[in-house]
Design a protein around this ligand. Structure first.
Ligand code: PEP
Length: 248
């Protein structure tokens, strides 16, 4: 059986300030080693702060979006090459908030993932169903459709991405998918990856949606859950560190 080291990634969303970041970084650095690989995805203006604060630590940093384009007249966009210059290890693409509020299509998300990989940045590709879709028994079809666009676009590089299953109804709501519900979807995603790449067994599939210190261990104990994408709880150093320590 493949053992995959857990990965715990914080998604700060549109939170932070110089003062709050300094405190948060200090708390993360004071905490010492974790059982998991750890990273934080911060708003663009804070990338240089993250790079300076975390340079000597094992915590990696990244962004929450990138452009599908290399460069050019795309006002407001940030390219993967720019993220690379700031030392980003990861970039989240296709978060449900971007799919919903910025009308990002499956293909655009796939193109963003490809742009990131092209600059050596690991895309964390988010997939997940809404409550209405779950209630209509569409979960499987939705996540498969979302993942399929990325698989086809990345081709032989598929094995280099990280996937995050984030049921939309569990994000920021305090409603977590049960470990069994999450595992069932992770197993589907793993099977889909297995059909696409021999590296599927080594790929990380993270769970995201109201992960907290008190539910992380049971989620991370599931065979196909390889860590978490953490929103709210990543803004408190003690909680984020505790989630990292919940990894076996
Ligand atoms: C997220 O934003 O990716 C997320 C999972 O948020 P939360 O942990 O707050 O539900």
């Amino acid at each position: 059986m493949t053992t995959r080291r857990k990965l715990v990634v914080g998604n700060w969303k549109m939170h932070g300030s110089h003062k709050a970041n300094a405190e948060l970084f200090e708390g993360l650095l004071d905490a010492g080693p974790s059982n998991a690989d750890m990273a934080v995805c911060v708003p663009f203006p804070f990338l240089s702060e993250a790079a300076v604060a975390l340079a000597a630590s094992a915590i990696r940093w990244g962004a929450q979006d990138c452009s599908a384009h290399e460069q050019g007249a795309y006002t407001g966009e940030v390219s993967a090459a720019m993220l690379h210059e700031f030392g980003c290890r990861y970039v989240i693409v296709g978060h449900s908030e971007r799919r919903a509020y910025h009308a990002e299509s499956d293909q655009l998300v796939a193109d963003k993932a490809k742009a990131a990989l092209g600059k050596g940045i690991t895309p964390i590709v988010c997939v997940g169903e809404t409550l209405a879709q779950r209630e209509a028994n569409e979960t499987e079809a939705v996540v498969k459709r979302q993942l399929s666009a990325v698989i086809h676009t990345l081709g032989h590089c598929v094995g280099e991405m990280v996937v995050a299953y984030e049921p939309v109804w569990a994000i920021g709501t305090g409603k977590t998918a049960s470990p069994e519900q999450a595992q069932a979807v992770h197993a589907l995603l793993r099977a889909q990856l297995q059909a696409a790449t021999p590296q599927a067994g080594a790929m990380k599939i993270l769970y995201g949606g109201s992960v907290k210190p008190d539910n992380a261990a049971t989620l991370f104990a599931q065979p196909d859950i390889d860590g978490g994408l953490i929103g709210g709880a990543s803004l408190k150093a003690a909680d984020f560190i505790a989630i990292g320590r919940a990894a076996p």
